[in-house]
Design a protein. Structure first.
Length: 270
């Protein structure tokens, strides 16, 4: 049963040992993560699914089917922030079986996930570098495909929904991704004149709930490329999982001070 669905950013600055004094710039985003954390605890989630775009070899959609996940941020020079979590091998394999052969999907066993997964997992499930006591669940990491378009990910999400409908587990699903990385002249992707328009239209369409999905899927690939986004494929897959369900979108926060569109949104299932 699917209980919770969110879109979150994955800026490394959100990790205190990485962002240090700059973490406060994303205070509103951090507060949104805190609210999601409470919902995960209060709903007694059995399996948390994270959709990430940042696996290095991401030509195809993949499922990380490792039983033990080592969350760390050594690639950012942070050797202190760590977390150990358990993978949901059973449900992960069931999802893969449902998707194959209609979709190119790999199943892999990687003990060290990518940062697009690690940052949300650490922020949502840790307290003093330990897994929060009230979370007894397991994790599934789904990595999107760089070579397939938004509509392909949407259809893949619909297949995943078929599996989630048949499980007795209480599920939360989170699309980890950011909008434009080119919102000002100090942005990591440089400045792109249409970046603000890209973010505004994407958020506007997401706010419409199911009615806005067709416009998300028809986003001009050239505009998305110019905006240097990394969120539309995870979002499209999430929207596929939600297809046909009754939900409303709630914009929890949106920050662009760092030149990157950090959107946190809840899809409130009815």
């Amino acid at each position: 049963m699917l209980s919770l669905a969110f879109i979150v950013p994955h800026s490394p600055i959100l990790i205190p040992n990485i962002g240090k004094q700059n973490t406060g710039i994303l205070k509103k985003t951090g507060e949104s993560f805190g609210k999601i954390k409470k919902e995960i605890i209060n709903n007694k989630i059995d399996t948390l699914i994270i959709i990430s775009p940042h696996k290095k070899d991401n030509s195809d959609i993949s499922l990380n089917n490792h039983f033990a996940l080592e969350i760390n941020f050594e690639e950012f020079g942070d050797y202190l922030s760590k977390l150990n979590l358990s993978g949901d091998l059973e449900l992960s394999y069931q999802i893969k079986e449902k998707m194959w052969p209609d979709f190119d999907v790999n199943i892999e066993a990687l003990s060290k996930p990518d940062y697009g997964s690690n940052i949300p997992l650490y922020l949502l499930l840790s307290e003093n570098n330990q897994k929060i006591k009230n979370f007894k669940g397991k994790i599934i990491i789904i990595n999107t495909s760089a070579r397939h378009d938004f509509a392909y990910h949407f259809e893949a999400g619909k297949k995943i929904q078929e599996t989630l409908k048949t499980t007795d587990k209480n599920i939360a699903i989170i699309a980890s991704g950011e909008l434009s990385h080119c919102l000002n002249h100090n942005a990591p992707g440089g400045f792109f004149q249409k970046a603000i328009l890209f973010d505004e239209k994407t958020i506007e369409n997401l706010k419409k709930g199911p009615e806005g999905t067709p416009d998300i899927l028809k986003t001009d690939p050239k505009l998305a490329l110019g905006a240097k986004e990394c969120g539309l494929r995870p979002i499209s897959l999430l929207l596929g999982v939600l297809d046909g369900l009754n939900y409303e979108s709630e914009n929890m926060s949106y920050q662009k001070e760092l030149g990157v569109g950090c959107l946190t949104m809840k899809m409130k299932l009815k």
